[in-house]
Structures are given as C-alpha cells and as structure tokens.
Design a protein around this ligand. Structure first.
Ligand SMILES: [Zn+2]
Length: 334
C-alpha cells in the first residue's frame, strides 16, 4: 500500500547477555532495577491497516489459542480503515475479557516516526494524536509506548508523562553482537532520575523472534531455542523479558516481497517457544503487567554500608533523640 509506514525497520543494535542484576547510575551507585515478576511479555510491533493483516491476525490468534497474553504496537495514523483488522482486534479485546488471554494495546507512534529526532512538543503531539485515534477506534487509551526504531530521548519521557504513558519498551538487540552494559549504561543510567520522578518504567526488550538480515533486505525468523535462550538471559539479568516480534518474520516471501500468507514453519517455532515457556515457572504477561521501577540505591561505597549505619549513625541518632528525655529526668531528680 502506498500509505504504509516504513514498517518494522526497528534497527537498534545490540544483544545483551550479562547475568548480573545491577545497573550503574551516573554517580557510581549500584542501582537495582530488576523486577520480581519473573515473567515474559511478547510485543508485536507495526500493527497497521492492510499490511500483512492475515499474518498479524494469525500471530494474535496463536497467543489466544495458547491462553497467553500479548501486547500489540499500533501505528496510529495507519490504523482504523482496515475493517477486517479492526474487527479482529476488537474481537480479541472482547475475548480477553472472557479468558486468561489478555491483549494489550500499545502506542507505536503516529506515523512510525523517529521520536529521538523531534523536540518534546512534537513528540507530545504525535503521542497524543495516536493515543486519541486508538481510543476513538478501540475505546482504549494506551499506557505503553513502543518507540518506532526503538529510539527515544529525555523529551520522550516528558511527552509520555503528559499523555498518561507509564511504560516504554525499546528493543536492544541486534543479531549476535554483545554489549553487556548496554541496558545499564545507555537505557537506565541517563534517564534514571527522570523515570523515577515521573513514575515511568523503561522495559527494554533483549530478545526477539527474528531480525533484519545484515543487508537490511530480509526479516529472518529465529528458531525457538535461540529466542528462548535470549529471554532466559534477560530474566536472569532483569527479572523479566520482553520479546519483540514483527509480522514480517511470520510471512511467506515472494523474492524480496512479503506476501499476506503465514509462514507455517516460523509459526510452528512460535508455538514451540510458547510451550517451552509454559514448561517453566515463567509467566507470560502484558508489558504493563511487568510493573518494574528502579529500586532505591544499594550503594557500592563502603562508608554508606549497613554496618556503617548501625555502628556509627544509629547511636548518634539515639543520643540526640533521647537527650531531651534524659534532661527532663535529670531535672526531676535534682
Ligand atoms: Zn516499528
């Protein structure tokens, strides 16, 4: 279709495999940012009219059939005309009220624009416009934002706060590159004070079911084992995993063109992946159910250790607090 967004070119490098559960704030303190939910959220990006809509629907149906929750990222400007797709999403929303399957609607930009290139006001307008359109069509106002191209900045956090967005998930994987401190240094640390102040959770995705080929021409689907290993590493490190998916990974191709037909082999890999997760104690949830927020600092500097507080600070506080009582006692005894 001529009005398609540049769908799915969410290329922002990096796979993280560190197994520690800490991240580092700018002042050197170790900040715990793990979630205790021990869960996995799947996000399906680039939901839009007439674009592989059979494939989009089949993926959603797969989660429904497995009683497993899913978050879908809708591109606001390109959603609402495709009656078949809108009807399907509406039916899934109805279904999610009656079963354990929950479909969550996320904002994936107005026109799949790169928010990091825009000022805060522009980001706010586009985020709001998309939220309003989604509300007009589905009666739901998203609280989750999936930045197109996985790019965001400080302005995105403020725009999110002004539009009622509480969760931002960007993907931080690229092939097999390993950047162990990516999550800590580039996602958490620079934004930590703002996210804490505004009450926004940053939920990076460190696993996916596929990725663009190195020449950016094809979406390649991963085997279920590969995705499962990546999501386990994410759970080890963060306490949760967000798994990114695109409809392109699940569609058959004719040369370089995607067809609107499901790639059954890849869909089978998704089935295996969901079953594998069900065999563990990991829960499959929506993004907003992860509920992670950075925890109070656990300082790495010894002078602020618990021992220091007990040995030196507590006695001083006790002396100061009891001094008036002691003085009063003294007064009555003389
Ligand atoms: Zn996208």
């Amino acid at each position: 279709m001529s009005n398609q967004a540049s769908a799915g070119q969410d290329a922002n490098p990096i796979t993280l495999t560190n197994s520690t559960a800490t991240s580092y704030a700018q002042n050197g303190e170790i900040m715990s940012s793990t979630s205790l939910c021990h869960c996995v959220a799947f996000r399906l990006d680039d939901i839009q009219d007439y674009f592989l809509d059979n494939v989009q629907s089949e993926i959603i149906r797969k989660f429904e059939a497995n009683n497993s929750s899913l978050t879908i990222g809708i591109i606001g400007h390109y959603f609402g005309q495709d009656k078949k797709l809108v009807q399907f999403v509406n039916d899934s929303l109805g279904q999610s009220k009656r079963t354990n399957f929950t479909i969550e609607i996320a904002n994936h930009g107005w026109n799949h624009e790169d928010f990091a290139t825009l000022n805060q006001d522009a980001q706010y307008s586009l985020m709001l416009e998309s939220n309003q359109k989604i509300h007009d069509i589905l009666g739901i106002t998203p609280t989750v934002f999936i930045p197109p191209y996985n790019r965001f900045d400080e302005g995105t956090l403020h725009a999110a706060n002004e539009t009622g967005i509480q969760y931002i998930s960007s993907n931080a994987t690229l092939g097999n590159s390993i950047h162990p401190d990516y999550y800590s240094n580039l996602i958490v640390a620079p934004y930590q004070s703002t996210t804490q102040r505004l009450g926004i959770s940053l939920l990076p995705s460190l696993a996916s079911t596929g990725d663009l080929s190195p020449d950016n021409n094809l979406w390649l689907g991963y085997k279920s084992n590969q995705t499962f290993n990546a999501l386990q590493k994410s759970v080890d490190q963060l306490g949760f995993a967000v798994v990114t998916m695109h409809p392109q990974e699940y569609s058959l191709r004719d040369g370089l063109n995607y067809t609107n037909q499901v790639d059954e082999e890849q869909m089978h890999e998704l089935q295996l992946l969901i079953e594998k997760i069900h065999q563990t104690d990991l829960k499959i949830v929506t993004i907003s159910e992860i509920q992670v927020m950075p925890q109070p600092a656990i300082s790495s500097t010894p002078e602020f250790s618990t021992d220091f507080l007990l040995i030196y600070v507590l006695p001083i506080i006790l002396i100061i607090a009891t001094k008036p009582i002691l003085m009063r006692l003294h007064k009555y005894t003389i």
